[in-house]
Design a protein around this ligand. Structure first.
Ligand code: GLN
Length: 496
């Protein structure tokens, strides 16, 4: 096997496996060794070599039987917010430190059915609450581009592992930006599909009306391959979209009417909301995003001005709705049914209190308190109901934009990745940095992060693309065209 195999993405590895240049077992062994050699990143919470090799052997057998697909034998790992039968499922919380699920999440099951080999579980912010992966009970994840900086969150383990070439792809979840923002901070590609495209069954719930799964990989093409396999209707998720299975890879390749090889995006209207380019936007982020937009223009796209007037309001709206739902979802962790239970207590109430005081970290407690407050009698109308009304208006604002454009673009985040510890004691600073990802989350729209060069300190910057409902194919097509014409996505962190 060539020593540089870890540099290949999903599609390339699929081809090498198909050509017999490498076996799934060899590939799994090589990456497991690499994961072991890069424990400094803190990206993995669990690795099970025996399990992975057994799955790889089954994948090789499938291939020998002529039953292999594009993903058969390709390694993957899952954000530890997805429950897995054969590996622990912690949600980055002490509350679930010994938890083993009796079943696999639908997303996990579907990628296994496609023949992917599960190497392990990836670190994340506790119950997916965070933007820096510093809220995990199992320690922070480090950004491979600069290990003194955060990788973004909450899918920080997923982004760091893919960025450091420990894996070609990983799963993530995005409630308010947790696929797009860590992908941007770590220089990789990620897509959060339309709410309802991927099943939430077996995804440990944070804010159910916002939570959505998606892939993080090194290219739009690789994301398309994973998304096709992991998405689709699931009767076990009541909010699952009832649509036929989608081939996002084929959609990605579909050529536009009137386009040509040199102008594949001919006629694509890209809307730039003026609120996504405020005067205060950091010059390095603005510069990198504008450079990517200029490339998209060269490929035939036209840029149009649009407005999302309630962009700033998306922060208070999200930080009311998400904690409200979290406070309800997390009530199940009471020491009776799942996970941690306090060792000593006097009565049932005392057991609940001690269990939750010990099991949850500070950010999770903060959200439970905010959520309980905004849902309580006398405050419900003033906060929760108002937030719901604004959520609808934010969604309507997008529809007004889509009358003038096919895709919306802007930065993923207002800055590059910050230093570990820099914002650890300032939760509001981290909330404010979610400004560009929250609107699409609240509207339930698909969003993507595409590498677009580097900014301050040589750290990666991500271009965000947001599409209308179920327009994942359009986002992937635009991102793929950009990645065919440029090499932003091919740059990796030094030393990895
Ligand atoms: N940063 C946001 C939060 O802390 C988003 C997290 C997410 O998408 N899971 O809630």
């Amino acid at each position: 096997m060539s020593g540089a195999l870890h540099h290949h993405g999903v599609a390339a590895l699929g081809r090498q496996l198909a050509a017999g240049a490498v076996s799934a077992v060899e590939l799994a062994q090589a990456l497991i060794a690499r994961i072991g050699a890069h424990a400094e990143l803190g990206a993995f919470l669990a690795v099970d070599p025996e399990l992975a090799i057994a799955q790889a052997r089954a994948a090789d057998q499938k291939r020998a039987n002529g039953e292999a697909g594009a993903l058969t034998g390709v390694p993957v790992a899952h954000k530890d917010i997805f429950v897995t039968r054969s590996l622990p499922s912690t949600a980055g919380s002490k509350m679930l430190s010994d938890y083993h699920s009796p079943f696999d999440a639908t997303v996990v099951q579907r990628l296994s059915d496609a023949g992917m080999v599960t190497l392990g579980k990836l670190n994340c912010d506790e119950f997916a609450m965070g933007s820096a992966n510093e809220n995990s009970a199992y320690g922070p994840v480090r950004n491979p581009w600069d290990t003194t900086r955060v990788p973004g969150g909450s899918s920080g383990g997923s982004a760091a592992a893919v960025s450091a070439r420990l894996l070609p792809a990983a799963t993530g979840t995005d409630t308010g930006g947790s696929i797009r923002q860590p992908a941007a901070f770590s220089g990789v590609t990620g897509i959060k599909p339309t709410y309802g495209v991927c099943s939430r069954y077996g995804m440990i719930a944070f804010a159910s009306s916002l939570d959505q799964a998606g892939p993080i990989a090194r290219s739009a093409e690789d994301c398309a391959l994973l998304l096709s396999a992991m998405s689709g209707f699931d009767e076990r998720d009541a909010t699952s979209a009832q649509r036929p299975p989608q081939d996002f890879h084929a959609q990605m390749l579909q050529s536009r009417e009137g386009s040509s090889a040199s102008r594949p995006l001919q006629g694509l209207r890209i809307g730039l909301p003026r609120e996504f380019f405020p005067e205060a936007l950091a010059a390095d982020v603005n510069g990198a995003v504008r450079a990517a937009l200029a490339e998209l223009e060269k490929l035939g796209a036209t840029l149009v001005d649009v407005s999302l007037p309630r962009t700033e309001l998306s922060i208070p709206v999200y930080y009311i709705i998400a904690p409200a739902e979290a406070s309800s979802n997390l009530s199940r962790f009471d020491g009776v049914k799942f996970g941690h239970r306090a060792k000593q207590y006097t009565d049932l109430l005392d057991m609940y209190k001690k269990t939750r005081a010990e099991g949850f970290g500070p950010e999770v407690k903060r959200r439970i308190m905010i959520g309980t407050y905004v849902l309580s009698h006398g405050y419900y109308d003033a906060y929760y109901l108002q937030a719901q009304k604004l959520r609808r208006m934010i969604a309507d604002d997008f529809q007004a934009c889509f009358e003038h454009c096919d895709v919306i673009a802007g930065p993923v985040a207002p800055s590059v990745a910050w230093k570990l510890g820099e914002q650890a004691n300032d939760p509001v600073a981290a909330y404010l940095a979610d400004i560009f990802t929250l609107p699409a989350s609240l509207a339930g729209l698909p969003g993507m992060s595409v590498p677009s060069g580097t900014g301050a300190h040589g750290m990666p910057v991500g271009l965000q693309l947001v599409g209308n409902y179920f327009a994942e194919g359009t986002l992937l097509h635009a991102a793929h065209a950009l990645q065919q014409a440029t090499d932003f996505h091919l740059h990796g962190p030094k030393g990895y």
